[in-house]
Write a protein that binds this ligand. Structure first.
Ligand code: CA
Ligand code: CA
Length: 195
């Protein structure tokens, strides 16, 4: 579900695009609340509060769009072109972001939602510095062990052929992570927490 298609469904003449920069829609109460945007100073809305939709002020910015899934919100761009891990992260940084970071299972669900494909996709996680210690590219924090167990395929990461970089793909019908040599060429997701 992309922002624009959702807006078109809710409102064919797109009044939200011109009258406010964001709105909340609560699927339970079916109430829509106009807003002024998402501040990085505040946490994103929870799923019980509703789903946040952001208008053009944060869209069409180097292909970055707002994505909202399960109460998690971010600005991200899926690059359907092939780069090695380092070049992909460099590209993301040049755009003011990083490769996607998923420190919680909810954030990994958001990653899956953004990718929405069966390709091979770099995520911002690697053990380049210390073998076996997977850290996120935004701040070098080690992946939470419970999250790691849930987002990697069974028996991965295995460091096969000196694999130091994590990517997502479909394994046995599930979208999960594997480690691969960082020199491999894959698609990738860049994200910026705010526009
Ligand atoms: Ca490794
Ligand atoms: Ca592997």
């Amino acid at each position: 579900m992309q922002l624009n298609s959702e807006m078109n469904t809710l409102s064919p003449d797109k009044p939200y695009k011109t009258q406010c920069s964001s709105f909340m829609y609560n699927r339970v109460t079916k109430l829509c609340t106009p807003g002024s945007g998402l501040s990085p100073l505040f946490p994103p809305p929870t799923s019980t509060e509703g789903d946040l939709f952001l208008g053009d002020g944060c869209d069409s910015n180097q292909n970055f769009r707002s994505f909202s899934y399960g109460g998690e919100t971010t600005y991200a761009a899926y690059f359907n072109s092939y780069q090695n891990f380092t070049d992909a992260e460099t590209t993301c940084q040049s755009l003011g972001g990083h490769l996607f970071v998923a420190k919680t299972l909810a954030r990994f669900d958001l990653f899956k939602f953004i990718v929405n494909s069966t390709g091979w996709v770099w995520i911002g996680l690697n053990d380049i510095q210390v073998e076996g210690m997977f850290v996120w590219v935004d701040d070098g924090q080690e992946v939470d062990p419970v999250v790691k167990t849930n987002i990697f395929e069974t028996n991965q990461p295995d460091n096969w052929e000196n694999a130091d970089c994590a990517y997502g793909s479909i394994w046995n019908g599930r979208f999960v992570l594997d480690d691969a040599p960082c020199s491999g060429f894959m698609t990738y997701v860049c994200e910026k927490r705010s526009c």
